[in-house]
Design a protein around this ligand. Structure first.
Ligand SMILES: NC(=O)N[C@H]1NC(=O)NC1=O
Ligand SMILES: [Zn+2]
Ligand SMILES: [Zn+2]
Length: 484
């Protein structure tokens, strides 16, 4: 055994063949006391055993006692913003945050980097920028925009160079070089995605006229600075009807994904659903009718409600917006019943100046919530009142995301899979205060000041102990994941 830790080591442990044990290991069969054997980055055996390995074993052992060993989280919706907007986040800080939060796979969104990832060339720039900076593995979504939507050759190139799928917006994205697409442009791209068996992810909001008696969109900039501070003003500016309209158009588009149709086998995934009313009903019905459709929501829609967002607190601003408490309860119900397939962070940070915290201007502040490092404790903490279990956490954060992104090497604790693991203590709580080490580039987050339960102890990425109790491995050995 190598005894001294390499200065430039990928792991905080000096060996690659070892055992880890705990009384609570989450395997596909359920929660059990077990020994997980890891060798050269893979899980090579999983043995149920009610006592830790004895000291006579040849292999080094980490005994985690009663802590939970789960598959590492897979977050399919992260804006790392590099290259081009490193001052917003970046590969180093973003993936260190992921590691500290037990997230072992991140899939990066095609915006808000510059350039946006809408071509083979811009994907290559991503890969170049990511090289040597990744604390965990990172895959990449390509962007579907008007410029490439009807250009089969361009989409072919983007997908054949390894994008795991494509992402589109049905409303303005907030970034000028990532324009929105129409339902007909989306339909034009589906046959190409079908050919590769990769999903289309869609930001599902379509701008609609606002209710009579409310200011219309173009009037929002003219509101008084006091009115712009009210969360209710922002909420009224993006009603449920926007989500419903988009979902309806996507459900219609999904008709061409069924057997015998032009985009047979294509799959549409609706990102960050907020409306648990009509939009969810449409999704439920379409799924029931056999549509190739799935949907995610995010911890912030499950943790917070419009009622409790103080005026001026733009750290809560995101799109679609966080809605009322009753809607939040319906989201939890849909998640527990399996109508919502999984969770993602939609980590979309920006420099604090762009959140306009001083003015508290909800209309002009950047829309995007920073939360990557906290998604596991947030999910766990706010799920307790809704019957959450560890099995559900793994389903929403590992098993189902692995399926959508076709990450067949990841997502569960099984022999042959990558040794991507999070070890955490669900019973320990902490306060997200200034003493708490957040590795995000910027510390602004709606979870600030909140008490969360569920503390990450260790994170393994392909067998490397990349994070342990506040410390990261010195060398960043995460890989870029490209679709073959
Ligand atoms: N461009 C971007 O990151 N937008 C994200 N932010 C947000 O709150 N919703 C989004 O889609
Ligand atoms: Zn979005
Ligand atoms: Zn997003």
């Amino acid at each position: 055994l190598q005894t001294e830790l390499d200065e430039e080591a990928c792991s905080l442990l000096p060996y690659e063949h070892f055992l880890i044990y705990s009384k609570r290991v989450l395997t596909p069969k359920g929660l059990t006391a077990a020994i997980v054997e890891v060798d050269k980055g893979k899980i090579v055996s999983v043995k149920e055993q009610s006592t830790p390995p004895t000291s006579s074993t040849e292999l080094p052992v980490s005994d985690y006692g009663n802590a939970v060993i789960m598959p590492g989280l897979i977050d399919l919706h992260v804006h790392l913003n590099e290259p081009g907007r490193e001052e917003w986040e970046g590969f180093v800080t973003g993936t260190k945050s992921a590691a500290a939060g037990g997230v072992t796979t991140v899939v990066d969104m095609p915006l808000n980097s510059f350039p946006t990832t809408i071509s083979k060339e811009s994907l290559q720039l991503k890969l170049l920028a990511a090289n040597g900076k990744l604390a965990v593995d990172v895959g990449f979504w390509g962007g579907l925009v008007p410029e490439n939507a009807e250009n089969t050759t361009a989409l072919d190139e983007l997908l054949s160079s390894g994008a795991l799928g494509l992402k589109a917006f049905m409303c303005p994205s907030g970034i000028n070089d990532f324009p929105m697409t129409t339902a007909s442009q989306i339909k034009a791209a589906l046959p190409v995605l079908a050919k590769y068996g990769r999903p289309l992810l869609v930001h599902a909001e379509v701008q609609q006229p606002l209710e009579d008696g409310h200011p219309q969109l173009e009037e929002f900039t003219g509101l008084s600075s006091e009115e712009k501070r009210h969360y209710s003003t922002y909420l009224a500016s993006r009603p449920e009807s926007w989500e419903k309209q988009a979902v309806q158009e996507l459900v219609n588009a999904a008709q061409i994904t069924t057997a015998g149709s032009s985009a047979q086998g294509a799959h549409i995934h609706i990102v960050h659903l907020s409306d648990a009313g009509n939009s969810l009903d449409l999704i439920k019905k379409a799924k029931h009718d056999g549509a190739h459709l799935s949907v995610e929501t995010c911890p912030h829609y499950l943790s917070f409600s419009a009622e409790e967002i103080p005026d001026g607190n733009t750290q809560y601003k995101c799109a679609p917006p966080i809605r009322h408490a009753e809607n939040r309860a319906s989201l939890w119900k849909a998640l527990m019943e399996g109508h919502i397939d999984f969770l993602s962070s939609d980590h979309s940070p920006a420099p604090p100046e762009l959140k306009l915290l001083e003015e508290g201007d909800f209309i002009n502040a950047w829309g995007g919530i920073s939360s990557l490092q906290l998604v596991l404790p947030a999910t766990w903490t706010f799920g307790k009142g809704h019957g959450i279990t560890l099995e559900r956490v793994a389903l929403w954060w590992s098993v189902n995301p692995a399926k959508l992104a076709k990450l067949s090497q990841k997502g569960s604790i099984e022999v042959g899979k990558d040794a991507d693991l999070v070890i955490w203590d669900p019973e320990t709580s902490f306060i997200v205060d200034e003493n708490y080490s957040l590795f995000h580039k910027h510390k602004v987050t709606p979870y600030a000041g909140k008490t969360l339960s569920g503390q990450v102890i260790s994170t393994f990425s392909r067998g490397n102990l990349v994070y342990h109790e506040g410390h990261h491995a010195t060398k960043a050995c995460g890989l870029s994941i490209l679709s073959a």
